[in-house]
Design a protein around this ligand. Structure first.
Ligand SMILES: CC(=O)N[C@H]1[C@@H](OP(=O)(O)OP(=O)(O)OC[C@H]2O[C@@H](n3ccc(=O)[nH]c3=O)[C@H](O)[C@@H]2O)O[C@H](CO)[C@@H](O)[C@@H]1O
Ligand SMILES: C=C(OP(=O)(O)O)C(=O)O
Length: 456
């Protein structure tokens, strides 16, 4: 292990949080084995669910990422006692002494994550009131919370918007209702689940998101005593119960992290075994990966990813599950700069998710972003007003450059670009990447990357 990585680990920065810049000597294929742990997009929500239980929950396979730290801290502010479990990567969450929020401390968490919005239902059930600070998360569009607030109002919550956040109360308790989401939002689906499980009566949720992380959250809630049935056509029925217990759960693996390392293997012409990657959760990704010239071998404990043939262009439409996940497009686009011909990526989930391509163009890529999308090609996903498209023409050799991470997935794509490029690249603001990629610096080292770090 190189001494910089050792020093960084010794300083507790294996998470990568205090690393500011990384200078990568690119052009070396990534080879080796790494592991992904629990999905950021499930673990953080399962942690919130612990607030609903009468006693201790145990969550396993928890990754050491900064989003987990933020949620842990928010739970602690609310009186949940969060401790390390008996085994590595295990959290023990004890909600028996949940108290009212300490407003000032909550304010200090504004802008770090989107998870606070999911505290609404559990806090309303437990305390009859909630205060939610301004949300963070990736700046990839407006990211409104109207579906969340509309649903909460239907349950009987009173919502007051203040300059520093949102105050909620439930003077008459929360009651089961019918919610029809205008779009299968992941967060709003989770909001309804976390609120309906203890509301009085039955809730019918129409237009629900059905991502694997949502199915895993439903599994967590069922373990706690909830009654939730999944009906055809994105309908979920939730029968409210009076009381929920703690849970013992092992989080599903992070399919988004797995897809990112797979894309890194493809772009650098490497060969990476991703322990913890699951075929069932990544089928749509695997189809595109194969069409682009990638090869994969599936085993019980993970998936090996490599370049099988000369890279080929593909057309992708991002979509809700079971479509091509929007969080997969940024890392894969770097590999597509090395494919012979024209690839098109239609981004249909968020309105501003191609900002990261500017840096790739600086490095020699040929990517043209169409801010209002592209029509004229046959489509799987109905055209949305907010969509954009990126047209990638390759192959274009990439050369080293100084680039700055804009957001989580864009940041990982910058790392891949620097690893693919000939020569030295300096990637700054890499701390953001630790929001969703556990120990990415150690993993880069394990895969043979050549780099040096600068800490803050
Ligand atoms: C922590 C987490 O799990 N984040 C994931 C979650 O984000 P998140 O839950 O925030 O994403 P949503 O599924 O809610 O957002 C999808 C679309 O719905 C819109 N919308 C959403 C809520 C709302 O009240 N009003 C509204 O208009 C959004 O602006 C966006 O255009 O799902 C996204 C889509 O798979 C992923 O990219 C994120 O990684
Ligand atoms: C958009 C993402 O996350 P978040 O919703 O937490 O900002 C992501 O994981 O790519």
């Amino acid at each position: 292990m190189n001494s910089l990585v050792q020093a960084s680990q010794a300083a507790g920065s294996s998470v990568g949080l205090d690393v500011d810049r990384i200078t990568i000597n690119g052009g070396i294929p990534l080879r080796g084995r790494i592991e992904v742990k629990g999905a950021k997009n499930l673990v953080t929500k399962a942690m919130v669910a612990s607030l609903l239980g009468e006693n201790v929950s145990v969550l396993r396979n928890v990754p050491n990422i900064s989003d987990v730290r933020v949620v842990r801290s928010l739970l602690e502010i609310h009186g949940v006692d969060v401790t390390e479990g008996e085994n590595p990567n295990e959290l023990r969450l004890d909600p028996t002494n949940v108290e009212s929020a300490h407003m000032e401390e909550i304010d200090a968490h504004a802008g770090f994550s989107r998870i606070p919005i999911l505290f609404c239902g559990p806090l309303l059930h437990r305390l009859g009131a909630a205060f939610i600070p301004d949300l963070g998360g990736c700046r990839i569009g407006d990211r409104p919370i109207d579906f969340h607030l509309d649903a909460l109002r239907k349950f009987g919550a009173v919502v007051e918007k203040l300059p520093q956040g949102i105050r909620l109360s439930a003077p008459n308790g929360l009651h089961g209702t019918t919610v029809h989401l205008p779009y299968p939002s992941v967060g709003a689906t989770e909001q309804v689940l976390l609120t309906a499980v203890r509301a009085k009566g039955t809730t019918e949720l129409k237009g629900a998101a059905i991502e694997p992380e949502i199915m895993d959250l439903i599994a967590v809630l069922q373990k706690m005593g909830a009654i939730i049935s999944y009906e055809p056509n994105r309908v979920i029925l939730i029968e409210g119960v009076d009381k929920l217990e703690g849970y013992d759960h092992t989080a599903i693996g992070d399919r988004n992290e797995a897809a990112s390392w797979a894309s890194a293997a493809l772009a650098t012409d490497g060969d990476v075994f991703v322990g913890g990657a699951k075929q069932q959760d990544m089928m749509t990704f695997l189809n595109i990966f194969r069409k682009a010239g990638g090869g994969f071998d599936i085993t019980d404990d993970g998936i090996r990813f490599y370049r099988k043939e000369e890279l080929k262009p593909v057309v992708i439409e991002t979509d809700v599950h079971p479509g091509f996940m929007t969080d997969w497009q940024q890392p894969l686009i770097v590999a597509l700069t090395q494919a012979t011909g024209e690839s098109i990526v239609h981004e249909t989930v968020y309105e501003n998710r191609f900002g990261f391509t500017d840096a790739l163009n600086t490095m020699g890529a040929n990517i043209v972003v169409h801010p209002n999308g592209l029509s004229g090609t046959p489509r799987r996903v109905p055209r949305r007003n907010l969509e954009q498209a990126a047209v990638i023409n390759g192959p274009t050799p990439l050369h080293g450059a100084d680039i700055e991470v804009p957001d989580l997935r864009g940041g990982f794509s910058h790392l891949i670009a620097a690893l693919t490029a000939e020569g030295k690249s300096t990637v700054s603001n890499v701390g953001i990447i630790s929001r969703g990629y556990e120990n990415f610096i150690v993993k880069l080292q394990q895969l043979g990357a050549d780099f040096v770090l600068e800490t803050k």
